[in-house]
Design a protein around this ligand. Structure first.
Ligand SMILES: C[S@@+](CC[C@H](N)C(=O)[O-])C[C@H]1O[C@@H](n2cnc3c(N)ncnc32)[C@H](O)[C@@H]1O
Length: 361
């Protein structure tokens, strides 16, 4: 079973994912540069673009439009198909509604209609017809682990808080998943095709002390709020102790590792890999308008958009001791929001986005 059923449905994720939108937009130049290097298919043949972990699509719309415009700048009449990949439980109706409604969508690009297709399988397996994808992209998705880790991290909700053998087991699981993801993309890509991945990362280069891990302060705040709810009798303390968000923030070395060994080495060449800070749009707004209440509301909704499915399945359904899981989830996000408003800088989301581009041999 996948570790999430997808992002919060009905447009909630789209309305509260400004941060992910900034991350995807930061990849636009890489998209254009990749299109220039990818050998195009023969005259009149279809150019295939795939977006892995597309969710409900409002953010993908921007990146796919950038790719479509870059392809059409080279060949104005090129037939193109866009494959949106996500889990079968994704809110596909919202994705296709967004594609039609959004004025920036590739459906409104000049030239022959770009054909939208859905690939409703896990990205840990081949997800398109074999060797057909010219440009693959994945934004803010490949950090989700394939399975819920079978370990307990009493120190917190996040793999980076684990120590000793548990930490090693989590790093091994993430490494295996990364190799599996890349092997599956090698199966999808056409020869000479390119894959661009952006995901949460860890910067090990700038400080002598602790590495800088995306979302660490947030996950610490979430664990503390859940701890308070256990203290108040709303949650089972054992469930709080055993909950782990199944997301892993890779370092540059962890991203590079599979490219120098079988099976990835024979199929993909790593072209670029970096970890770069992406500024927090919620904090930027707070620094302009000094509205801590609005900041806290926006930040809590952003967190709810991508964590609710995992929290429901692995914390609130097994762990709620008073009221219903739905009430406990509302209570959790209300407490989190209150905490953000009381001291906006303390738990601010900090992002070090990991980016890599690989070429199919
Ligand atoms: C934070 S959203 C990112 C959505 C979009 N790419 C963006 O930039 O806004 C992560 C997406 O990855 C998807 N995802 C997680 N695990 C997956 C898997 N194994 N296979 C396919 N999609 C997966 C989730 O369902 C979710 O829609």
């Amino acid at each position: 079973m996948a570790t999430t059923e997808g992002m919060k449905r009905g447009g909630f994720y789209d309305d509260h994912s400004e941060y992910q939108r900034r991350v995807a937009a930061s990849g636009d130049d890489l998209v254009r540069a990749a299109v220039e290097r990818i050998p195009p298919p023969g005259p009149g043949a279809t150019y295939v673009i795939a977006d892995y972990g597309a969710s409900t699509g409002r953010n993908s719309v921007g990146s796919l439009r950038t790719a479509v415009d870059a392809v059409r700048a080279i060949d104005a009449d090129r037939p193109i198909c866009a494959i949106h990949n996500d889990l079968p439980t994704n809110d596909w109706n919202t994705l296709f509604a967004n594609l039609t409604a959004d004025e920036g969508s590739y459906l409104h690009a000049a030239g022959p209609t770009v054909v939208p297709l859905a690939s409703a399988v896990s990205f840990f397996e081949p997800a398109t017809p074999a060797r057909t994808v010219h440009l693959g992209m994945s934004f803010s998705a490949a950090h989700w682990l394939r399975e819920q880790p079978d370990v307990t991290v009493p120190e917190g909700f996040y793999s980076c808080e684990a120590t000793g053998k548990v930490r090693e087991a989590l790093a091994r699981q993430a490494a295996d998943d990364w190799t599996t993801f890349l092997t599956a993309r090698a199966a999808d890509l056409a020869p000479g095709g390119r894959m661009i991945v952006q995901m949460v990362g860890t910067d090990t280069t700038t400080s002598p002390g602790d590495p800088l891990v995306t979302a660490r302060a947030l996950l610490r705040a979430m664990a503390e709020v859940a701890g308070e709810m256990a203290h108040d009798g709303v949650l089972d303390p054992a469930a709080v102790e055993s909950y782990l968000l199944p997301v892993y923030a890779r370092t540059i070395d962890e991203i590079r590792a599979p490219f120098s060994r079988a099976p990835v080495e024979a199929e993909l060449t790593l072209e670029t890999a970096s970890v770069d800070r992406v500024a927090n749009p919620y904090l930027d707004k707070l620094h302009e308008d000094h509205d801590a209440v609005a900041y806290a509301k926006a930040y809590a909704a952003f967190v709810r958009g991508f964590t609710e499915s995992s929290l429901r399945e692995h914390l609130f359904t097994p762990g709620t001791r008073s009221g219903t899981p739905d009430q406990a989830i509302d209570d959790f996000f209300a407490r989190l929001q209150e905490r953000f408003a009381a001291d906006p800088e303390r738990d601010a989301f900090e992002d070090w986005t990991a980016t890599m581009v690989a070429a199919r041999r």
